[in-house]
Structure formats: structure tokens, C-alpha cells
Design a protein around this ligand. Structure first.
Ligand code: ZN
Length: 432
């Protein structure tokens, strides 16, 4: 696995391609980019056929141990790894510990174990059991076992230090098994960077992890809603200073477009692609705009719709289950007779074939098709957002933005004033 960077912005934003992915090294992934979010190897609501009606799917598929741990015996019997078991073919399998779309109970880590929560309850993992599971799953990439419980309020420095130390000890134990394992030969192991909100502990965790032979880094404990954005950026800044340039950095639990951009600006390359799933589950459709300033006409004159801003004025950034300003609520009665596609100009199956009114009807009558159509659109929209983000980085529009920043705040500008500096011109909320 090798990260080839084509551009690094002054603030830290990186553009490039992650090459040589997978055991045979035939896959690549553009960064900044996201993984394909799944539950047990399946994108929720979609069969492989419907999924592949989408263009430009990420070449890396994420699975999490909390969904797999209770099926250990089945995988033992099957013997051929999880990719084959779940019918995944031409993809890179990335395995991490926790499902980013679900919050699990805390307070169950010890110096020797971490716990994951499966449908049947708690599964306690030692490093040995964790590695035994990885040998059965046989991922192409996986994240080392980590104690990431440092994001609760009032976490003491002592507890944060302990999480850093335990995570390094877990990593050393995992590396020993990894290097001796035939099943995991050619697989890439990512180290987990902890440290809560303590700057020195973050830096120490990054520095110590970087000394180990890991293929990449997972920035843990920086989840949405648990940290102020500016603090998260500072913590990421302290971490990336200690990390080598040529290894990828993935941040866990961050998916909102504005937060994604903040993290990219701070030097993060990869994200877990769970955000479209959360939006789908609340019956919403992603509708934010991300025209690049290359095309000022479409930025000003594109069709707009009377949704988001005023409707979501009271969103709660702390609760991941709440609507964000990036989506429209299709359960709302206003869409009952709205015969436009979800997003004008979107090329996804849903927008090409169906109207907002139809999706509203499917939601109102609790039809499963609503989830299918919304997943198709939300995934397509989110992937296009990442493509636009890469375009903005490639075009290096920093100057243009500085100009925009110095202009007085009009009502429209205030609406997306929470977006970060350098690349905020490429993303806009729909407004009437
Ligand atoms: Zn669409």
C-alpha cells in the first residue's frame, strides 16, 4: 500500500491516490475519499445488483467486528474468509472494531480486553481473540484493537493516558500475531491513535504508533457531536505532525460534509462512509450543493428548492440521529405533491426515475422501497461530494476563498458560515 500525493495544501489538505490496495495490490482509492459502509458486508437496503447501479463506488468496503464477532463459529466452519462468505468479490475488505453508525455502551474496557456489542449482546475480546477473529475474517486491511473510550465528558488525564498505553500494548500484541500469521499474510494493519482531547497525549500516541510497522493510522475518539470542530482540527493537527507523509490517515466516526472538510483541511485522507446511511434511516435525502467555483453560473442559477435552511434551523449538532442542514425531510407533507426529482440534475436511479412525491408516499406507507431509493440517492450524492472536494483541492482555489471571506456577511453567506475556510466555496446549502 502506497500513498502518492499529488498536492498538499499549506494548511495540510492532501490530494492523492492510495495505490497497491488489497492482498494482490491491484486496487487503488483516491483521497480524500470514503469507504463503502456496510453492515455485515451489505450496504443496508441494497443487493449487490442494486448497489452496482451506482457509478464510482469506493474500492474499499468496510465491515466491523461488532457485527461479525458472534458469527465466529460459522466463519470457522466456512474457512474461506468473510469476503467469500458475504458474496463480496472485487473489493478491498477493511475491518474495524465498531460500527460508526451505532453508539455502543461504554465502561467495559479493561487493561486486557475491549467489548463489542452484537445483536446477541456483549462480546468481550482479548487481543488473542481479536486476532483469531481477524484470521477468520481475512480482511485486506484492518485496524488494531484499541481502547477508544476517552470521549465522554470529564474523562480524566489519567484515563486518557491509560487508553494510549493500553492501545499501544494491544497494537504490539496484534503485530506479533499478525507477523506470524499465514492467514493475514499481505494484509495491512492500521494503528489506532488515541489521546482523547489532550494535545500532548494525542501527539504521544501518534509518535509511538508511527514507530511501529503499521500501514496506516486510524484517528479514534474524534467522533461527531463529541468534540467542538475547532478543537478536533487542533487535535488532528497535533497528530499529523507526528505521522509520516506517505501513510494514509483515516478518521473514525466523522461523516457530516462540513466536518469532513474540516478534517481534510487538517490533513485527514479517509472517512467511514456511514453518513448517507444515517440520513436514509431518518427518511431524508441529501440535497446540499457542492458546485465548484469553476462554474459560477450554475452556482448562482442552478435550480433551487425551498427546503433545508429554515426548516432545519433548530438542528442539534450533538445528536447524530438528528437532521443536519444538508438534507431534506421527505416525510414532510410539503413533498406530497412535489413532482421534482430529489435533486435536479442528479444521475442516480432514484432521481432519474422517481419524484419527491413518490418517495414521500413510500415513506408515508412504510414501504421498504423508500430505503432502497434513498440509499441509492444518498450514496450517489455523498460520493459526488467527495469527487467535488478532490476537484476543489486540485484546482487550488485558496485565493478565491480568501476574497470571499473578506466580503461582508450577507444573509445567504451567514447560512453556511459554519463551513471551513479553504474549500467552503465548493459547498453550498440549497436555498430559495
Ligand atoms: Zn439522486
Amino acid at each position: 500500500m502506497k500513498l502518492e500525493l499529488s498536492r498538499v495544501l499549506q494548511g495540510g489538505g492532501r490530494l492523492g491516490v492510495l495505490k497497491g490496495l488489497g492482498r494482490t495490490g491491484q486496487h487503488s482509492l483516491e483521497v480524500p475519499g470514503c469507504l463503502l459502509y456496510t453492515r455485515c458486508g451489505t450496504v443496508p437496503h441494497l443487493t449487490h445488483d442494486t448497489l452496482h447501479s451506482l457509478d464510482k463506488l469506493p474500492s474499499v468496503t468496510q465491515v466491523t467486528l461488532d457485527h461479525l464477532a458472534e458469527h465466529q463459529e460459522v466463519l470457522e466452519e466456512f474457512k474461506e474468509g468473510f469476503k467469500k462468505f458475504s458474496g463480496l468479490h472485487d473489493t478491498v475488505l477493511f475491518c474495524s472494531l465498531h460500527d460508526p453508525a451505532t453508539s455502543s455502551p461504554t465502561g467495559y474496557t479493561t487493561s486486557k480486553t475491549v467489548s463489542v456489542w452484537a445483536s446477541g449482546g456483549r462480546v468481550e475480546l482479548t487481543a488473542a481473540k481479536f486476532m483469531a477473529l481477524q484470521k477468520l475474517v481475512r480482511p485486506d486491511c484492518y485496524v488494531s484493537m484499541a481502547d477508544g473510550e476517552t470521549w465522554q465528558d470529564n474523562t480524566s488525564r489519567k484515563r486518557v493516558r491509560k487508553s494510549v498505553e493500553r492501545t499501544l500494548a494491544h497494537l504490539d500484541e496484534c503485530l506479533l500475531v499478525h507477523q506470524a500469521s499465514q492467514e493475514l499474510e499481505g494484509a495491512a494493519l492500521f494503528g489506532s491513535v488515541e489521546g482523547g482531547d489532550v494535545m500532548e497525549e494525542r501527539a504521544r500516541s501518534a509518535r509511538e504508533t508511527a514507530k511501529r510497522p503499521v500501514a496506516g493510522f486510524c484517528l479514534d475518539g474524534l467522533q461527531s457531536g463529541r468534540l467542538d470542530g475547532a478543537l478536533r482540527s487542533q487535535l488532528i493537527g497535533a497528530v499529523v505532525k507526528e505521522l509520516p507523509e506517505h501513510k494514509p490517515r483515516l478518521v473514525q466516526g466523522v461523516g457530516r460534509p462540513d466536518e469532513v472538510m474540516e478534517c481534510v483541511e487538517a490533513g485527514v485522507d479517509l472517512f467511514e462512509g456511514f453518513f448517507p446511511f444515517l440520513v436514509t434511516e431518518r427518511g431524508c435525502a441529501l440535497s446540499f450543493r457542492f458546485d465548484t467555483a469553476n462554474d459560477p453560473e450554475s452556482a448562482d442559477g442552478a435550480p433551487t428548492s425551498e427546503n433545508t435552511a429554515e426548516q432545519n434551523g433548530d438542528h442539534h449538532p450533538d445528536d447524530p440521529s438528528c437532521m443536519t442542514p444538508f438534507e431534506m425531510d421527505l416525510k414532510d407533507k410539503r413533498y406530497r405533491d412535489d413532482f421534482r426529482p430529489l435533486v435536479e440534475g442528479c444521475g442516480c436511479y432514484c432521481c432519474r426515475n422517481h419524484k419527491r412525491a413518490y418517495v414521500h408516499h413510500l415513506l408515508a406507507t412504510n414501504e421498504l422501497l423508500a430505503g432502497v431509493l434513498l440509499t441509492l440517492h444518498n450514496t450517489a450524492h455523498y460520493l459526488t461530494f467527495f469527487a467535488a472536494l478532490r476537484e476543489a483541492l486540485a484546482a487550488d482555489k485558496v485565493d478565491l476563498l480568501k476574497r470571499a471571506e473578506s466580503e461582508p456577511c450577507s444573509g445567504k453567506a451567514a447560512q453556511h458560515a459554519f463551513l471551513p475556510r479553504q474549500i467552503s466555496h465548493c459547498i453550498m446549502l440549497e436555498s430559495s
